[in-house]
Ligand binder design. Structure first.
Ligand SMILES: NC(=O)C1=CN([C@@H]2O[C@H](COP(=O)(O)OP(=O)(O)OC[C@H]3O[C@@H](n4cnc5c(N)ncnc54)[C@H](O)[C@@H]3O)[C@@H](O)[C@H]2O)C=CC1
Ligand SMILES: O=C(O)C(=O)COP(=O)(O)O
Length: 314
C-alpha cells in the first residue's frame, strides 16, 4: 500500500513507516493546500496528515478517492472534515492519550510563566536593565491554593486538574459540554460561572466549527481583574480580538497562549503586551511524545493493512 506522510516525523517513525509501506514524504514543511489534498486523495491508499493540512469538505468531495484511511498525527482533527471523509468512504483515526501529559505540562508552563511574570523577567535580565532584587519588584500571582477553572474537562483538562490539585493544592471548577463526573472537581453550569470564581481559566476543548469563538467577551468580562487566561486548545476556540480588548481594558491580568487564530501569525497587540506569555504551539514538542504520536498513527495504519479493527477511530 502506498502512504503519503504530510510532514517529516521523528526517525524511528519514518523508519518503521518505510519498513511497512511504500512511503512518500512531502518535500515541503508547509501544510497541505486544498488542491494538494484533492490530488493526494486520488493518488494514495493511505495518508498520515498533521494539523493545518486542509482536508476540507470541498477538497475531499472534489475527487473519487483512492484513499481509505487518514491516520492523523495528533488528537485534534479540526483540520479534517470528518463528515465529508465518511461520505467518501474514508476512515479517520487520531492519537488520543499520546499527547495528554505533554500538553498539560505546557498548560502548567503557561500558567506559571504568566502568573509569576517569567517571560517579562527573562526579557528584563536579557536587556541588561535588571537593577537587583527588591521586595516589591515584579510581584505576580501566587498559584498555590488558588481556584483553577477548566473549560473542556476531557483527557487534557483532567491532566491539568490533577497537576493543579496535587502539585499546587488548587481548587478545581470546570465547564464541559456534557455532564461529567470528575473526582475532586466541581462542575459549574456555565463558562461564565467558572470565569467568575477562577483565578486561572484554562481552555482545553477541541477546535473546529462547533467551538469556534466559544470563549469570548462574556467569559473575559466575567473574569476577576487579577485572574489569568490560558489557552492550549486551538486558536479559533478563542475570540482573539475580544481577548485583546479585555486585556487592554484590564478585565483580566494576563494570558498565556500556545495557540492562535491564524497560526503562525500572532497579533502585534499581543506581542506588545508584557503580561502575555506567547509560545509557538509547543504542546507536544518532545521527541518522546512526537515519536509516541507517530507510532500510534502507524498502529492505526497497520491495523487497517491487516484488516483489523482500528484502535483509534474518530
Ligand atoms: N496545544 C497543543 O499543542 C495541543 C492541543 N490539543 C488540543 O486539545 C484538545 C483537547 O484534547 P483532549 O483533552 O485529548 O480531548 P477530549 O476529547 O478528551 O476533551 C475535550 C473536552 O472538551 C469538551 N467540550 C467539547 N466542546 C465543548 C464546549 N462547547 N464547551 C465545553 N466543553 C466542550 C468535551 O466534552 C471534552 O470533555 C484537542 O482536540 C486539541 O485541539 C491537543 C494536543 C496538543
Ligand atoms: O503537536 C501539537 O502541537 C499539536 O497540537 C498536535 O497535536 P494535537 O493535534 O493537538 O493532538
Amino acid at each position: 500500500m502506498n502512504l503519503l506522510i504530510s510532514r517529516l516525523l521523528p526517525d524511528a517513525v519514518m523508519d518503521k513507516a518505510r519498513a511497512e509501506f511504500d512511503v512518500t514524504l512531502r518535500k515541503t514543511s508547509d501544510p497541505m493546500t486544498e488542491v494538494e489534498v484533492t490530488e493526494a486523495l486520488a493518488a494514495y491508499d493511505l495518508i498520515l496528515p498533521t494539523l493545518g493540512d486542509q482536508f476540507t469538505a470541498a477538497a475531499i468531495s472534489a475527487v473519487t478517492p483512492r484513499t481509505k484511511l487518514l491516520a492523523n498525527f495528533g488528537v485534534g482533527f479540526n483540520h479534517i472534515d470528518v463528515g465529508a471523509a465518511k461520505a467518501q468512504g474514508i476512515k479517520v483515526t487520531n492519537t488520543p492519550g499520546a499527547v495528554t501529559d505533554a500538553t498539560a505540562d505546557i498548560a502548567m508552563t503557561l500558567m506559571l510563566m504568566t502568573a509569576r511574570r517569567a517571560g517579562e523577567g527573562e526579557r528584563l535580565v536579557r536587556s541588561g536593565n535588571w537593577t537587583g532584587w527588591q521586595p516589591t519588584q515584579m510581584l505576580g500571582l501566587h498559584l498555590t491554593g488558588k481556584t483553577v477553572g477548566i473549560i473542556g474537562m476531557g483527557r487534557i483538562g483532567q491532566a491539568i486538574a490533577n497537576r493543579c490539585r496535587n502539585g499546587f493544592g488548587c481548587k478545581i471548577v470546570y465547564a464541559n459540554r456534557s455532564r461529567k463526573d470528575v473526582d475532586g472537581a466541581e462542575q459549574l453550569d456555565s463558562m461564565e460561572a467558572v470565569a467568575q470564581v477562577a483565578d486561572v481559566v484554562v481552555a482545553a476543548t477541541p477546535g473546529g466549527p462547533s467551538t469556534r469563538h466559544l470563549i469570548g467577551a462574556s467569559v473575559f468580562d466575567a473574569m476577576q481583574p487579577h485572574a489569568i487566561f490560558v489557552n492550549i486548545s486551538r486558536g479559533d476556540v478563542v475570540d482573539e480580538a475580544a481577548l485583546i480588548a479585555a486585556l487592554q481594558s484590564g478585565a483580566l491580568a494576563g494570558a498565556g497562549l500556545d495557540v492562535y487564530e491564524n497560526e503562525p501569525q500572532v497579533p502585534e497587540a499581543l506581542i506588545a503586551m508584557e503580561n502575555v506569555t506567547l509560545l509557538p504551539h509547543l504542546g507536544t514538542n518532545t521527541l518522546e511524545v512526537r515519536t509516541g504520536m507517530g507510532m500510534m498513527a502507524l498502529d492505526n495504519l497497520l491495523a487497517f493493512k491487516a484488516g483489523k479493527d482500528l484502535p483509534n477511530p474518530v
